[in-house]
Design a protein around this ligand. Structure first.
Ligand SMILES: [Zn+2]
Length: 264
C-alpha cells in the first residue's frame, strides 16, 4: 500500500477525470492521496474532493507567489480562512507554503522575498497553533527556510519535492523534518538528489508525485505527459533501488510515516 502525500488533483487538467485517476491509483496500490491546496480556489476544490472521497485528504496554505484570482482577496482574509479550515477534519496540513526566490511564471504574481518570508512565517505559526503539520516548498531559498525553521524547534514539517544536496538533507532531518521525494529522483541528471536519498533514513522519507507535474522517467519515456497519483509507485521503486531495500519495506515504512505525519 502506498500514499501519494502531495498531488494537485484539484488541478483543472483533471476535470472530469477524477474517477479514472483514482482507479489508476488503486490499481497501483495507492490507497490514500493528499490533495494539496495552495490558493483559495485550490483549497476549496481540494476540500470538496476530500469530502466526496473518503481516501482523499486536503491541505490549506498559500504559495509563496500569488495567483491573479487570489490577489483580489485581502491576505488577512485568506489567512483567516486557513485558520478556520484547520478545524475541519479533512484538512490534514497547512501548506504548501514556503519561499520561492525564482521568477514566477507569467500566470503567477510575484511576491518579493520579504513578503514571502512574512507570509511563510505566519503559516508556520498557524500550523503550530492548530497542531497541524506543515508542507514546505523551497526554491532557491534553502538558507532562509532553515533560518526560519530554527526559530520553531519541534515543528512537524515536511520538505516537499526535496531536490537539494546531502548537507541540506542532513540539516533538515536534524531539525526534525521529513523529506518528501518526487519522480525527479528517476531523472537521469538527478544524481545529487539520489545521493540525498541514499543518506536519509527511510523513517524520515515520504513519497509524492506532485502531479500533474514531474512524471517519473519511465512513464515519461512511454509518452505519459500528465502525472497522476498512481505513478507514486515508481518513486517508491526508485527509493528501494537507491537504498537497496525491498519494495515492500519502502512501501510499508513510507506509508507508516505519512499516516503518522498527517494523522490519516
Ligand atoms: Zn505542490
Amino acid at each position: 500500500m502506498l500514499i501519494d502525500t502531495h498531488s494537485h488533483i484539484a488541478s483543472e487538467v483533471y476535470i472530469g477525470k477524477t474517477d479514472e485517476l483514482l482507479e489508476f491509483a488503486n490499481l497501483n496500490g495507492v490507497k490514500k492521496i493528499v490533495s494539496v491546496g495552495c490558493s483559495t480556489k485550490e483549497i476549496k476544490e481540494s476540500l470538496s474532493l476530500a469530502q466526496k472521497y473518503p481516501n482523499i485528504y486536503a491541505t490549506a496554505g498559500l504559495f509563496p507567489h500569488d495567483t491573479i484570482e487570489d490577489s483580489m482577496i485581502p491576505l488577512a482574509d485568506r489567512l483567516a480562512m486557513i485558520r478556520d479550515l484547520a478545524l475541519n477534519k479533512k484538512i490534514v496540513a497547512v501548506g504548501e507554503c514556503g519561499l520561492d526566490f525564482n521568477e514566477p511564471p507569467p500566470w503567477e504574481i510575484k511576491r518579493e522575498d520579504k513578503e514571502q518570508i512574512d507570509l511563510f512565517t505566519e503559516q508556520v505559526r498557524i500550523a503550530i497553533e492548530t497542531g497541524l503539520p506543515l508542507i514546505i516548498h523551497s526554491r532557491n531559498s534553502n538558507r532562509e527556510i532553515i533560518d526560519i525553521l530554527r526559530n520553531f524547534k519541534g515543528i512537524k514539517a515536511v520538505w516537499h519535492c526535496f531536490t537539494e544536496d546531502i548537507e541540506t538533507a542532513q540539516i533538515a532531518v536534524s531539525l526534525g523534518l521529513k523529506l518528501s521525494f518526487t519522480g525527479i529522483i528517476t531523472y537521469p541528471n538527478a544524481q545529487k538528489i539520489r545521493e540525498a536519498v541514499k543518506v536519509t533514513n527511510i523513517q524520515d522519507i515520504m513519497i509524492e508525485t506532485d502531479s500533474p507535474y514531474l512524471t517519473p522517467h519511465n512513464a515519461r519515456s512511454k509518452g505519459v505527459k500528465i502525472n497522476t497519483p498512481g505513478y507514486v509507485k515508481m518513486v517508491a521503486e526508485k527509493i528501494a533501488e537507491i537504498k537497496q531495500l525491498s519494495i515492500d519495506l519502502v512501501e510499508k515504512q513510507t506509508t507508516e510515516n505519512a499516516e503518522t505525519f498527517f494523522n490519516i
